[in-house]
Structures are given as C-alpha cells and as structure tokens.
Design a binder for this molecule. Structure first.
Ligand code: COD
Length: 297
C-alpha cells in the first residue's frame, strides 16, 4: 500500500456489510462518511443519538439513510453507552465516535461491565499519507495513552505491528522517537527507546525491526540520518513512529494534517474490535478512510 485510497483494495467484497454503531450520530462529517460507506455497501449503519437532529442534518446534506437502523437517544452519555453495549453484545460489529468528546467515548469503551476491554492495552493508531514521504507512515499513540511507560509502549507497539500485518505491511520498521538520537539519562524517552530496541534484538518484541532513540528527522530522512552518521535499518525508512507521549504525538498528527496537508485514517486498537476515532475537526474523507481502516480489524 502506497496510498490511503489503497485501503479500498483490501476490502473483501464477499464479506457482508459490517454493522457500524455511530455513537451520538448528530454529526455532519460523521454522517457524510457513514453514508458514503453505506451506499458503497461496506457497512450497515446503526445511528445512535438524537433521531430528530440526525435526520435534520441528513436532510440538509441530502443523505439517504433509508434502510439504516436508528436508535433514538437524546442524551449523549446514554447514546454512547447504548452504542458501546451494541458492540459488546455483538449486535453491532464496530463502533465509531460521533458528536462526543474523545475522553467520554474512551471511558465508556473501558467500562468494566459493558465496555469493549479484552485484557490488552488499548491504543490509538493513525496512518498517514504525505507527499513528503516515500510510503505510508503510521504514528502511535496520539490520542489515548497520555504518558505511556515502558510496559505501555510494548503494548502500543504490539497493537500497531499486529494491525500493520493485516494491512499487508510486514516486518515494519519501528522508530522510537525522542528529542535526540543518543541516550540521555535525564530523558526518559531515550531510556525507554534504548530498552525497546534491545528487547527487539533479544527477541522479546517480535515481527518488527525497532531502533531508537531517533529524533523525528532521523526517523524519516536518510539525509538527516547520514548527516548525523547514524547507521540504522530504520532511520530514514520508518513505517511506524512510537511517540513519547500524547502531547508530542498529537502535535505531530495536527502538524501533518494542517501544515503538510497529509491524508490520515485512524482507529483505536486493542479493544474487542477496532474503533473509528478521529478528531471532531477531521474531514469527511478522513472519517471515511478511518471506517475503511477499521473494517480490516
Ligand atoms: N488500555 C486498557 N485499559 C486502560 C487504558 C488503556 N489504554 N487506560 C486506562 N485503562 C483502564 C485502567 O487500567 C483502569 O482499569 C481503568 O481503565 C480506568 O483507568 P484510569 O483511571 O487511568 O483512566 P480514566 O478512565 O481516567 O481515563 C482513561 C482515558 C482513556 C479517558 C484517559 O487516559 C484519557 O483521557 N486519554 C486521553 C484522551 C484524549 O483526551 N484524547 C484527545 C486527543 S484528540
């Protein structure tokens, strides 16, 4: 896969449409994306939210939802709970965030009685296409784990690598991002990076090639890596960037989208099925591509 649109080539047309529960459905960009996937026969939508508001937006945007299922829940917290429970009870196959803040959705997903936990760490995974890089590049975690420790980072890497195999990206090159490419005992990100690299070399983290610490430019530019005299299979050719914390990850995500005009698709991994989770400000195209990405789960 070289382009985000190549996600469409991975779709198995023999597979029946997957039932997607949109939590708090009164959201224009989400409804446009869901409608596009619905009309393409990729999903069967279950729209959980205020039916009046959802239909009003659909009418304004000229979206035909005949044949879709509506569950009328006027209170957003109740709508999220209902949507999550539908997936928990296997009445829907996967979940999508609508008009609700990310933490509210994630708290519902983590609910011990009716959430979508599996015992694994849950983490956010974003796949980018930018003109300034020679292939797709994944970034994690930019939206769920706030300050991951070493154990969390192992879970984040394993979630991403397993999912990349489903996308046909085998033995991904994983760059552990820090501010510098050498170990500084005062910078935890560099210490974690060194440990993750050695764990990979000793066979404790598998199915990928890890190197770090690497500064962002060393990870994505051969020129920058050779300037710093870094000898690494990963430097300049990374498939996956592991960010030190949510702030660095989120700033990179927004910089790629707003400055570099990158295309992006993103999901939460590690739950009982992938969750379509994008920013509320993300475009309809991004939300559609994220639905495509989630159908790989
Ligand atoms: N995977 C699995 N279990 C988890 C995870 C995880 N990533 N995070 C927490 N849990 C479990 C804990 O083990 C515990 O059992 C329970 O959930 C509650 O844990 P807390 O108290 O640490 O977590 P919460 O409920 O206060 O917060 C969880 C959030 C995911 C909501 C929180 O980490 C958060 O706000 N993340 C950032 C979300 C955000 O604002 N993103 C915006 C960027 S666009």
């Amino acid at each position: 896969m070289k382009k985000i649109k190549d996600l469409q080539t991975l779709i198995d047309s023999n597979v029946l449409p997957k039932r997607l529960a949109l939590a708090v459905s009164q959201d224009a960009h989400s409804l446009e994306a869901v409608n596009k996937a619905f009309l393409a026969g990729l999903i069967d939508p279950v729209l959980v939210g205020s039916k009046v508001e959802t239909l009003k937006i659909a009418q304004e945007l000229n979206l035909d939802f005949s044949g879709a299922t509506f569950i009328d829940e006027i209170y957003p917290s109740k709508a999220v709970e209902t949507a999550v429970k539908l997936v928990n009870e296997k009445k829907a196959d996967f979940l999508m965030k609508g008009n609700i803040p990310t933490p509210a959705l994630l708290k519902a997903v983590l609910n011990k009685e009716w959430g979508l936990r599996t015992g694994n760490l849950l983490s956010h995974f974003a796949l980018f296409e930018t003109e300034n890089y020679h292939k797709l590049i994944a970034v994690t975690d930019v939206a769920m784990n706030i300050a991951p420790n070493l154990k969390d980072k192992i879970g984040i890497i394993n979630n991403a690598v397993t999912f990349m195999y489903k996308l046909g990206i085998y033995l991904p090159k994983v760059a552990i991002i820090a501010a510098i490419e050498t170990v500084n005992e005062n910078m935890q990100a560099t210490l974690d990076a060194a440990m993750l690299s050695i764990m990979n070399k000793r066979g404790q983290i598998n199915d990928c090639v890890i190197d770090g610490p690497l500064a962002f430019d060393n990870a994505i530019s051969v020129e920058s890596a050779s300037h710093k005299k870094i000898k690494s299979e990963v430097a300049g050719d990374a498939d996956l960037l592991i960010m030190p914390n949510i702030e660095a990850g989120n700033v990179l995500y927004k910089s790629l989208v707003w400055f570099a005009k990158a295309k992006v698709a993103s999901v939460i991994l590690g739950a009982s099925s992938p969750i379509v989770l994008t920013s509320r400000s993300d475009s309809e195209e991004c939300k559609f591509d994220s639905i495509l990405l989630a159908t790989r789960g």
